[in-house]
Design a protein around this ligand. Structure first.
Ligand SMILES: Cc1ncc(COP(=O)(O)O)c(C=O)c1O
Length: 403
């Protein structure tokens, strides 16, 4: 049981955080009368263009294309890299559904890769076994901000002539072996949805160091237009995926708040890691060797149910609810999702090569994700903006569950 001292009411930081700067920035967009960005040839508002520049600069990448969410960012990157009908794209089995649904949206076939039990990200040792004559790309996801072993993954990609789109929805601020997440692959995509460490409620961006690819991604995101061409000339089939001025105005201000938050998250993650790992039956997500900075979108740890009253994660979360400790349940492995048991997801696509669907979706084919999901607990990143007293309250709560 928790001590009475620890039962006193504790409230945790909420997310998102804003101040007068975001309010003023939104007012400025409204009063300017420039409510959209226009096109590079005929710019209207200035925020989207400025955001693209700042975001690329922050990552030391050449180009950024801002779009309206992280799912379309993935779709555009895949399409621009030529991924399409019947191609296979390797994705981790543990990720948000968008990583795989973006592949489905391009009429390609996602292939699920099991994860590493310590780092919880795609196990690069398992990639080559999944490569077939139809494989065209890999989407590594830096889950919870923890980088995939990108140097090894890029070697594998090069050897098999595969494209790489890093899904950095969780990894704003992560650095692996001297390079920022999003700057390793042919393209890197980001999400600014409300729960993310950089947010405007919704939003997305794509980074690349290839100018030609960036131009194509811009064209796909702006109705098939080309830079420096007439606005009613449409060169290829594209769509309107443009970021709004409102999103960009908020993001530019959130970017300024990020460094202090990032530092605090890392300091508190270190403290929480030490405290929790000292408890028998707990191991926190291990940063991938070579990680120089972790973006910490979530703080996951694995527990041994034998040491914790045989609680399931749902029961564990039930206890956290009682103590008003915020949590963020893990995704289900993709192979367990109802949509990926259906072997006829889209009309006219041959899914016979997929390693999911029907009996192939069995847990025995994905032993690590299937095991991890039964013993994972996750905190959202705002927990890492807590005070020491709040962190100690969490540690005390968890230790009170120890058998
Ligand atoms: C790993 C991952 N990829 C892609 C996305 C999609 O981003 P969005 O929600 O902005 O479409 C998310 C969003 O939650 C995500 O967590």
């Amino acid at each position: 049981m928790m001590t009475s001292k620890k039962k006193k009411k504790i409230t945790f930081p909420e997310w998102p955080i804003h101040d007068e700067a975001e309010i003023q920035a939104l007012k400025n967009v409204i009063t300017s009368g420039k409510w959209w960005c226009g096109s590079p040839t005929n710019p209207e508002g200035k925020h989207v263009w400025k955001f693209q520049e700042e975001f690329a600069k922050f990552h030391r990448a050449k180009e950024c294309v801002a779009v309206f969410n992280g799912t379309v960012a993935l779709e555009i990157a895949l399409s621009a890299l030529g991924i399409g009908l019947g191609d296979e794209v390797i994705v981790p089995d543990l990720t948000f559904v968008a990583t795989a649904s973006a592949v489905v949206a391009t009429n390609a076939v996602p292939i699920f890769c099991d994860i590493d039990p310590d780092t919880l990200v795609m196990d690069v040792n398992k990639i080559e076994d999944l490569i077939s004559e139809r494989t065209r790309a890999i989407i590594p996801v830096h889950l919870g901000g923890n980088p995939v072993e990108m140097d090894r993954l890029m070697e594998i990609a090069e050897k098999h002539d595969l494209k790489v789109v890093e899904d950095c929805a969780h990894a704003y601020g992560s650095i692996y072996k001297g390079k920022m997440a999003g700057n390793w692959g042919h393209a890197g995509t980001f999400s600014f949805q409300a729960s993310k460490v950089l947010t405007a409620g919704e939003g997305g961006a794509i980074l690349t160091n290839n100018e030609e690819l960036a131009d194509l991604m811009y064209t796909l995101s702006d109705c098939g237009r080309k830079k420096k061409q007439l606005s009613y000339q449409h060169f290829i089939h594209g769509n309107n995926y443009r970021m709004t001025e409102y999103q960009a105005a908020v993001l530019l201000n959130q970017m300024k708040k990020f460094p202090a938050q990032h530092e605090l998250r890392n300091k508190n993650a270190k403290y929480l890691r030490e405290k929790l790992n000292a408890m028998k039956g707990i191991s926190t997500m291990k940063p991938t060797p070579g990680t120089e900075m972790l973006g910490y979108y979530i703080f996951p740890f694995l527990y041994d149910p034998n040491e914790f009253e045989n609680l399931t994660p749902a029961q564990f979360y039930g206890k956290l609810i009682r103590w008003k400790i915020p949590f963020q349940p893990s995704y289900l492995p993709l192979h367990q999702l109802e949509c990926f048991k259906n072997v006829n997801l889209r009309k006219g696509i041959d899914y016979s090569n997929a390693n999911w669907g029907g009996k192939k979706s069995s847990d025995v084919n994905f032993p690590i994700t299937s095991s991890v999901i039964k013993r994972i607990i996750q905190f959202p990143h705002q927990i890492l903006l807590s005070t020491r007293e709040q962190l100690d309250y969490i540690v005390d709560a968890i230790s009170s569950l120890h058998s």
